[in-house]
Design a protein around this ligand. Structure first.
Ligand SMILES: Cc1cc2nc3c(=O)[nH]c(=O)nc-3n(C[C@H](O)[C@H](O)[C@H](O)COP(=O)(O)O)c2cc1C
Length: 370
């Protein structure tokens, strides 16, 4: 064989090896980058199927860092639930006073009342001392309202970039009429510019803080396996990564690297792009007692259902409320006479999507008591 032929065969072999390696990489990326499918147990032994199902839908509620910080006692013979905060799942760095935990509990209770209603049950909610009691009773001839259940599944946090168009005025007017605690600032207003700047500055300050980074990293998930083992926290899917990008993120990010400067810089860049790409901010005000914060959570969740129904994408943006000095001056600067408890980024997207449904099995946090 001539030398030229040998060189050509060697070159062809190298090209083949590279192509095979690329194919293997692409197949692996396609497998790792598949959408996460969650199938936790909805079973609670000896409890009516509809109540089990309603409790499952209740858990598809907004909650800070998806820690699902609720504990539930279910008294099936009394048709009653007692809901408290699970202190092992609260966020001591960003939420030392449990403000967001109580709001999250409110979101859970509002979703619960929507879910029970969809299954044909009336609910009665009563706030106690750091606990909430929910009693339920089945209406006569009730049928299941599947469109309501679909709305619970549709509502989710969308961290992607939105179109910058203003929110349609008729939707804004309807929402403002419905919720007294709500203000909406369209993207061409001074208050929007103020909130955007405060949020950006707060994100930069938080990202530089070691304790903040460690707490966030604890609730980030770094593989589908970890997400399915723990059934909580924030996955690649929930931050909007799909396919090869999701695979690359899981291959290159560890809990340790997520505490580093590079990850923090990426977080700041993502926040900037999120804030540059939205149509408005919504702000929800309310008092600071347990009961008032439960109310704020209920209003937030109900408002979010309405947004989903109107195809308005939503992402809470809590950094400015979690960080001084921003949290100290924001109410005054916006001229509001009650404390701001939630800031939410709003906008329109091409494809609305659905909730990832990453939630724990019911028996993980519900004690059935007879
Ligand atoms: C009180 C509260 C504060 C939140 N703050 C933020 C936030 O600052 N940034 C963000 O992206 N999501 C935030 N979220 C959204 C949660 O991360 C989200 O609800 C949770 O991961 C569950 O996902 P889901 O809303 O898609 O069901 C917040 C939610 C609540 C209830």
């Amino acid at each position: 064989m001539t030398r030229k032929k040998k060189v050509m065969i060697a070159a062809a072999s190298i090209v083949c090896v590279i192509i095979i390696a690329l194919c293997i990489l692409l197949i692996a990326a396609a497998i790792v980058g598949r959408e996460l499918k969650v199938n936790p147990s909805r079973k609670l032994d000896g409890v009516d199927q509809e109540v089990q199902d309603a409790l499952w839908y209740s858990s598809i509620a907004a909650n800070s860092h998806n820690t699902q910080m609720w504990r539930v006692e279910l008294y099936p013979d009394l048709s009653r639930l007692l809901i408290t905060v699970d202190g092992s799942r609260t966020l001591s760095v960003v939420d030392p006073k449990r403000r967001e935990a109580y709001i999250s509990l409110g979101c859970y209770i509002e979703t619960m009342s929507a879910a029970f209603d969809a299954y044909g049950y009336d609910t009665h909610v009563q706030c106690g001392d750091l606990s909430v009691q929910v009693s339920y009773s089945r209406r006569d001839n009730a049928t299941v309202d599947n469109s309501r259940l679909a709305l619970i599944d549709k509502r989710h946090t969308d961290k992607s970039g939105y179109h910058s168009d203003r929110i349609k005025q008729d939707a804004v007017s309807r929402l403002l009429n419905k919720y007294a605690a709500l203000s909406i600032y369209q993207s061409d207003s001074d208050s929007f510019t103020y909130l955007k700047q405060a949020s950006m500055d707060a994100v930069a300050l938080q990202s530089a803080d070691r304790a903040y980074r460690e707490e966030l990293a604890q609730w980030m998930r770094f593989s589908d396996k970890e997400a399915l083992d723990k059934l909580d926290g924030i996955t690649a899917d929930m931050i909007g990564l799909k396919g090869v990008v999701k695979a690359f993120y899981y291959w290159t990010t560890t809990r340790e690297s997520a505490k580093g400067d590079k990850f923090a810089r990426q977080g700041i860049a993502t926040a900037k792009s999120q804030l540059d790409n939205c149509g408005a901010f919504a702000v929800i005000t309310g008092g600071n007692t347990f009961e008032e914060l439960i109310d704020v959570g209920r209003i937030t969740q109900a408002f979010w259902f309405d947004c989903a129904d109107n195809d308005i994408a939503v992402q809470p943006f809590s950094a400015a409320l979690e960080t001084e000095p921003f949290s100290l001056s924001i109410d005054n600067d916006l001229g509001l006479d009650a404390p701001i408890q939630m800031i939410l980024r709003l906008g329109y997207v091409d494809s609305y999507g659905v909730n990832s449904g990453l939630r724990r099995s019911l028996s993980d946090y519900i004690d059935v008591i007879r």
